[in-house]
Design a protein around this ligand. Structure first.
Ligand code: ZN
Length: 253
């Protein structure tokens, strides 16, 4: 079926839905110029992910220094990134009163920058825009800590308790936030349409959210450049650019 017909089918699915759950992944961010960690030439081609396991970050100063070096490099790209037409289309879904929630694997604040309400955004992998003290839990604005790093600190520590600091993202080997996962599953049960955007649905437990939505009776739409393990269960699958496809689907000018 030509992509225009697939898009028209998507528009009909959206029109027929009242409670849409958007599930977004790295493919949405790459179209805003943020590189995917996992893609060739990405961060993991230049750094070894096993250096960044949570237990190592907690216990090893050298690992933290390396982590901050990698992370600060990434931060410079992320802090200036702008929402693309797919983010704006999701904002329009909220304006239309159809958006139940966004469950995102992304850490880049782009749904907030697009204007979606913060209470509708569930960041299951955390956010790069905050930094947290691993000892007392104090939260800092990311740019405030990055300034300290630019001024020469290699392993910044908490000014209240002297505990080590880390961006408020979920690292390898770190537990998923239970409250956010519970909310994500609640919305998966409640939605009547789940739209997967730019996720290959291979990272668990995150990928079980759209799986749960489909098993609870919601329609499932997947827009991703490459096939996913849930394609066979979906009502509509489009292997194309998320910004092009979703932008057209919700009629962005
Ligand atoms: Zn502290």
């Amino acid at each position: 079926m030509p992509v225009e017909e697939l898009i028209a089918k998507g528009t009909r699915l959206i029109k027929a839905s009242q409670k849409i759950l958007v599930f977004s992944g790295a493919g949405l961010s790459t179209e805003s110029g943020i590189p995917d960690f996992r893609s060739p030439g990405g961060i993991w081609d230049r750094y070894d992910p096993s250096d960044f396991y949570f237990q190592k970050i907690i216990s090893d100063q050298k690992a933290r220094e390396k982590y901050w070096k990698m992370s600060s490099e990434y931060w410079e790209v992320m802090k200036n990134a702008k929402p693309n037409p797919a983010h704006l289309a999701i904002k329009k879904l909220e304006d239309m009163g159809k958006l139940l929630a966004i469950v995102t694997q992304n850490i880049d604040n782009l749904h907030q920058k697009a204007g979606n309400s913060p209470e509708k955004i569930i960041e299951i992998h955390g956010t790069a825009f905050s930094v947290i003290c691993l000892n007392c839990g104090k939260v800092y604005d990311r740019e405030e800590i990055e300034k300290r790093i630019r001024n020469g600190e290699k392993d910044p520590h908490c000014d209240t308790c002297s505990g080590p600091l880390k961006p408020a993202t979920i690292s390898f080997g770190q537990a998923m936030p239970e409250d956010k996962m519970a909310m994500a599953f609640k919305y998966a049960k409640e939605c009547d349409l789940c739209i997967v955007l730019g996720s290959s649905l291979v990272v668990y437990p995150a990928a079980s959210v759209p799986e749960h939505a489909a098993s609870q009776g919601a329609k499932l739409m997947i827009i991703n450049l490459t096939p996913t393990p849930l394609d066979a269960q979906a009502d509509l699958v489009i292997h194309d650019s998320v910004s092009k496809v979703l932008g057209e689907m919700v009629g962005l000018e």
